[in-house]
Design a protein around this ligand. Structure first.
Ligand SMILES: C[S@@+](CC[C@H](N)C(=O)[O-])C[C@H]1O[C@@H](n2cnc3c(N)ncnc32)[C@H](O)[C@@H]1O
Ligand SMILES: Nc1nc2[nH]cc(C(=O)O)c2c(=O)[nH]1
Ligand code: SF4
Ligand SMILES: [Mg+2]
Length: 220
């Protein structure tokens, strides 16, 4: 594997992990550039710009320099760049906790098994629910400790869809599942009450960083 492989990078930053089961931990983020998806609620449209070309070695050194308990590769859609797989493996060689945030429409089987992958399942309000890649569920049910599934909901309809979607794929009780509100669209209290009323075996998340800094701030 060559660490001279290049990738297009949107930003590399140090923040408090705002999402997933590791929310709250200081984290180094590598946001790769580019995304072919078009989730209606996307809060990171800027990552679709070209970005800066960097080698795997340069990216890894920048991320390690934050000396954070975890490193997350996100985007844009990180798995769209072939070099992302090498980047993830190189990070795993040099750091014990490597996370991947991926949009759930690409297969994750080529991702280094040492990576903890947070796979987003897109609900109908995203406009791209038809592109959810169901092959990822079989892999996750096989090795559940490697994965988390996240569903961001904007409405009661999204919530009902999410409830039956996870049940239909046999995920509850087997895989870690997180529901979160589309920021500013669904009142967190409503989602909390729906989960409690249904006794749903899912975690609830808020995007912590949007309560610490300006919700539309970059680099946090
Ligand atoms: C910006 S995307 C980048 C990684 C990957 N493309 C994906 O979709 O997971 C990271 C996460 O941000 C979340 N997200 C994006 N816009 C959001 C919003 N308006 N409200 C809540 N979560 C949002 C999605 O759940 C997504 O998983
Ligand atoms: N602080 C912080 N935590 C995050 N977790 C996942 C993020 C993402 O955009 O993928 C993100 C982000 O953009 N900021
Ligand atoms: S897949 Fe991720 S980066 Fe791409 S549009 Fe959807 S939320 Fe935004
Ligand atoms: Mg974000």
């Amino acid at each position: 594997m060559s660490t001279e492989t290049t990738l297009r990078v949107s930003e590399i930053f140090h923040s408090i992990q705002g999402e997933s089961s590791l929310a709250g931990w200081p984290c180094a983020f590598v946001r790769l550039a580019g995304c072919g998806h078009g989730c209606r609620y996307c809060d990171t449209a800027y990552a679709k710009e070209a970005g800066t070309v960097m080698t795997v070695e340069q990216i890894v050194r920048r991320a390690l320099a934050f000396d954070a308990p975890c490193i997350e590769v996100t985007g844009g859609e990180p798995l769209l760049q072939p070099g992302a797989f090498e980047l993830l493996s190189e990070l795993c060689d040099r750091h014990p906790v490597v996370l991947l945030e991926t949009g759930g429409f690409l297969p994750v089987e080529r991702v280094d098994p040492r990576v903890h992958a947070i796979i987003d399942i897109k609900a109908p309000s995203s406009g791209v629910a038809a592109e959810n890649c169901a092959t990822n569920f079989a892999l996750a049910l096989d090795t559940p400790e490697r994965f988390e599934f996240k569903i961001v909901v904007a409405s009661r309809e999204d919530y009902e869809w999410a409830k039956s979607y996870i049940a239909g794929h046999g995920l509850p009780g087997k895989c870690s599942i997180i529901f979160g509100p589309v920021f500013g669209h669904l009142e967190p209290r409503l989602l909390a009450e729906w989960i409690l009323r249904d006794r749903l075996p899912v975690r609830m998340q808020l995007q912590l960083h949007k309560y610490i800094w300006q919700p539309d701030a970059r680099g946090v």
